[in-house]
Design a protein around this ligand. Sequence first.
Ligand SMILES: Nc1ncnc2c1ncn2[C@@H]1O[C@H](COP(=O)(O)OP(=O)(O)OP(=O)(O)O)[C@@H](O)[C@H]1O
Ligand SMILES: [Mg+2]
Length: 393
Amino acid sequence: MTEREHSDRPVRLLLVDDEAHFRDAIARRLEKRGFTVSKAPDGGTALEILEKDPIDVVVTDVKMPGMDGIELLGRIKDLHPEIEVLLLTGHAALDDGVAGIKAGAFDYLTKPIELEQLAGKIRHAHDKILREEEKRREAEFRRQVEEQMIVTERLASLGTLSTGMAHEINNPLAIIKESAGWLSMILDKPEMADMPRRSDFRKGLEKITDGVERARRITHQLLGGVQKRSETIVDVDLKDLAAESTELVAREAANKGVEIVHQIEPDARRIRTDPYALRQALINLVNNAVQATQSGTVAIAARRAGGAIEIQVRDTGPGIPAEYRKKIFEPFFTTKDPGKGTGLGLYVTRNILEKLGGGIEVESSVGKGTTFTISLPVAEPTGADGRNKRNPR
Ligand SMILES: Nc1ncnc2c1ncn2[C@@H]1O[C@H](COP(=O)(O)OP(=O)(O)OP(=O)(O)O)[C@@H](O)[C@H]1O
Ligand SMILES: [Mg+2]
């Protein structure tokens, strides 16, 4: 809402007084001056009205049977701190007014009241409300900007981190891999044929090579989300790609009693896209699904949806609570134990899919499971000249 809309809106008043005559007369005269006035004969009724109607300012008599004006003021300040309260005190009851101000009243007037004075104080109280609203809006805006800055800073540090990792980790990894290859060549030499425990050495070297491969996949994954890599757009068979994407977690899934099923519909099998990027995205989703699920099913499904292909990764895991759902795509958001998850998987996945011209959405129901839905445009298959004709209908 803009400032103008606020100030143009009539001030909404609630007038509380046990004397019906006085209440009605004042209400009429205030309405003539452009205020919107509700009326209540006692504190209890006033609180009921405040529960259901939007009110800016309450004008209340102090001396009332049952709940008096000071008590009502206390209740209002507890329940609706944004509402301003004006007290009407008896002629000889200055103490009431002072006590009221201490308890948070905006101001007080002594009876018999002067209508112009009352209207003036109501307007002042309303101005204060508008100023407070403006302050709250500014604070909220600042909070949002700061939040955005934190995300931007995280992204910047992610970029730095990734490039740093490429140098710091990929280089030693290459040295390890090369050395393992070299040692394995030596093992193959005829003079090594009688070396004791040769096959143990061979096994050890294979483990080193596997480990290095795995570590390189991790650094590539991180770099893939940040660095621009030249795309290789080709005809991809989703059935093969789905099989490759679940290969890495197949053993973990089997150990936990999680069944992995593939449901690729025939008309959704072929897609023109970057297979490396899409595989990386699918691996991330399948990994998350298998990790989250304790005995159940993880399904990877694909179907045609108009001009797009929809790929779903569904699981029967614990689901994602609503308060996390909007955060899971942020970099470094993870609920896994320190050292277990980077919180980069979904962030990288979304980046990849956006680069491929698609998107990703999540639906989740706590206790039932989670479905990630990828949508990718279907591009025209390669023409006779072998060139890549993309047709984003
Ligand atoms: N299928 C799922 N079921 C339940 N929670 C999920 C699922 N997928 C993601 N999440 C939640 O989203 C968070 C972020 O996922 P993301 O893949 O980005 O990072 P991560 O899995 O924690 O770390 P990493 O990908 O590095 O292993 C997870 O920590 C988890 O809380
Ligand atoms: Mg993950």
